[in-house]
Design a binder for this molecule. Structure first.
Ligand code: PPS
Length: 284
């Protein structure tokens, strides 16, 4: 049952958590509402961090929601079989998370006023984070050696497909008023300033005390302690609890894992695949 992938429109998804039927429903039938806010990322780019920030903003800085309801219920990943059910059941204004590439996203989004916040992270750190995650998340295949996994990642031969295609696809919405992007590195460098920018995009005003609370409760330390955010209550047949989902929470960890030649190989593919994308990221 576990560790098998199926293909949906050329993208790999792990069985059991995802199904072709749920993906088809999301793409073609899911009714996006104008006040939906989507937390979109390529996996391991800061999804649960942004989820926490958005939950706290929605609650005007009051941490009770984040401390009593698991993150997967507050902002369900709507492409999963269970997340789709939760997303449909949740009351508006809904927060919805997604790792889907843009071409598989709900069609009704593109005719709505719903907002997307797209968080992007240095792909070398995404690779390292994903490499560790694949060893603890039972639906994923064993990643093998880092060298092997690096090649699969660069080819896009991993769940959710290519990081490059994902970023290029979503960044095509740059300039649309319902699209906002931010990097994991900006969140790390200036969380308060980032929260203020997110609030402006959402048209939400928080007072100083509420902002302080968002920043304090969305810190790595606070989230690591919060059972509703650290996945310690996730079933152990899904997640191996001997490792931590909130692993290191830093930028540049790739330097502790990639050799000089692996890093050069990455740079070479990065330059080729990102050519013509008119954006500069903090790691460029
Ligand atoms: S997933 O499985 O795709 O939804 O994972 P995702 O949440 O996108 O990414 C997990 C990484 O984000 C880090 N993280 C944080 N870093 C800093 N501050 C906070 N508050 C925070 N919350 C989550 C988490 O530790 C994973 O990164 P690594 O590098 O593995 O530590």
């Amino acid at each position: 049952m576990f560790k098998e992938y199926f293909q949906y429109k050329g993208i790999s998804f792990p069985e059991f958590i995802y199904s072709p039927c749920a993906l088809q429903t999301v793409e073609n039938d899911f009714q996006v509402l104008d006040d939906d806010v989507f937390n979109v990322t390529y996996q391991k780019s800061g999804t649960v961090w942004m989820l926490e920030i958005l939950s706290l903003i929605q609650s005007n800085g009051d941490p009770s929601w984040c401390q009593t309801v698991p993150n997967w219920d507050r902002a369900p990943w709507y492409e999963t079989v269970l997340g789709l059910r939760r997303a449909r059941r949740n009351h508006s204004p809904r927060l919805i998370s997604s790792h889907l590439p843009i071409q598989l996203f709900a069609k009704s989004f593109f005719k709505s006023k719903a907002k997307v916040i797209y968080t992007i992270r240095n792909p070398k750190d995404v690779l390292v984070s994903l490499y560790h995650f694949a060893q603890m998340f039972h639906p994923f295949k064993d990643p093998g050696s880092l060298d092997q996994f690096l090649e699969e990642f660069l080819k896009g031969d991993v769940p959710f497909g290519s990081w490059f295609d994902h970023v290029r696809g979503w960044m095509g919405l740059q300039g649309h008023e319902n699209f906002f992007y931010i990097t994991y590195e900006e969140l790390l460098q200036d969380l308060r300033g980032s929260v203020e920018r997110i609030c402006r995009f959402l048209g939400k005003q928080l007072d100083e005390q509420a902002l302080d609370s968002v920043v304090a409760n969305a810190s790595f330390q606070a989230m690591r302690k919060n059972k509703m955010s650290n996945f310690s209550t996730a079933p152990s047949f899904i997640l191996n609890k001997n490792s931590s989902f909130l692993r290191k929470g830093i930028s540049g960890d790739w330097k502790n894992h990639l050799t000089a030649s692996q890093s050069e190989r990455f740079d070479c593919v990065y330059q080729e695949r990102m050519q013509g994308l008119d954006v500069t990221f903090p790691w460029d």
